[in-house]
Design a protein around this ligand. Structure first.
Ligand code: CDP
Ligand code: CDP
Length: 226
């Protein structure tokens, strides 16, 4: 039997990476955080002072660098050309520029190829924005994870405050809405729910409840493959 390929898409703060890490572990699948790849390219572009609208330079950069992941007890570390950038890719500066960088066709082509190469080698649970539509259109399971914007902003707010950041809730909510609009409005592989995706609205649900629902959806898909 071929290993399961699970596509998990949805807007910012829906809980994708949190639940994906744990669900992948329970299912014995490799977790692939595609947002971290776009963040890695954005981080490197900022380091090299490449303008986030310079398509040629961003495309060249995406084809030049090597992005890899390493499993840790806490989740996953991200490396670019061997440098650990796990923390560096979560700064407000990277978050503020990542949507522009990830809208560039050449960047998307390079990242989608990398994502498809990983999925060709192993069973995956991949999270992102275009996994069910573009990266793995024939995935065995497609889940669209969402929650109200209020709740998504509150979750992100709690997370950043716990890390010691000072921020304004309304500003954070407006930033999330702006990023969602940009991600769903771009020309190349926009954030979009696949027609055959299962919608999972996580508003009011705990992390554990969401993981259980994902495992239920995956086990019925796995049973169909037997
Ligand atoms: O965790 P958070 O929701 O903040 O975002 P992320 O998953 O780390 O993704 C960061 C950004 O990368 C998104 O806002 C998108 O602009 C872009 N992205 C994308 O274009 N396609 C993907 N498959 C994943 C992320
Ligand atoms: O990857 P994405 O942007 O979709 O979201 P995330 O970074 O996994 O989750 C954003 C925050 O929401 C994290 O701090 C999670 O712990 C929290 N969360 C939650 O409170 N309840 C859930 N059901 C899922 C996530």
């Amino acid at each position: 039997m071929k290993p399961l390929r699970v596509a998990l898409d949805g807007p910012a703060g829906a809980g994708k990476s949190t639940v994906a890490k744990q669900a992948a572990k329970a299912l014995g699948l490799t977790y692939v955080d595609t947002g971290a790849m776009y963040r890695a390219i954005t981080w490197k572009a900022l380091q090299e002072k490449i303008n986030p609208t310079d398509e040629a330079a961003l495309t060249e950069l995406s084809n030049r660098v090597q992005i890899s992941f390493k499993l840790t007890p806490a989740g996953q570390d991200v490396f670019l050309d061997g440098v650990d950038i796990t923390e560096a890719i979560r700064t407000p500066e990277v978050t503020g520029n990542v949507s522009a960088v990830s809208a560039v066709a050449g960047v998307r082509e390079a990242m989608v190829k990398l994502q498809q190469d990983i999925a060709a080698q192993t069973g995956v649970l991949m999270d992102g924005r275009d996994i069910g539509t573009v990266v793995l259109p024939d995935a065995d399971v497609k889940i669209w994870l969402t929650a109200s914007v209020e709740e998504r902003a509150q979750r992100r707010y709690n997370e950043l405050v716990a890390k010691g950041q000072t921020l304004d809730f309304e500003q954070l909510k407006a930033d999330i809405e702006r990023r969602d609009r940009f991600d769903s409005g771009r020309e190349h592989s926009p954030m979009k729910m696949a027609e055959d995706a299962v919608v999972l609205d996580t508003t009011g649900l705990s992390i554990q409840q969401v993981i259980e629902k994902i495992l239920e959806i995956c086990s019925s898909a796995d049973a169909q493959k037997l």
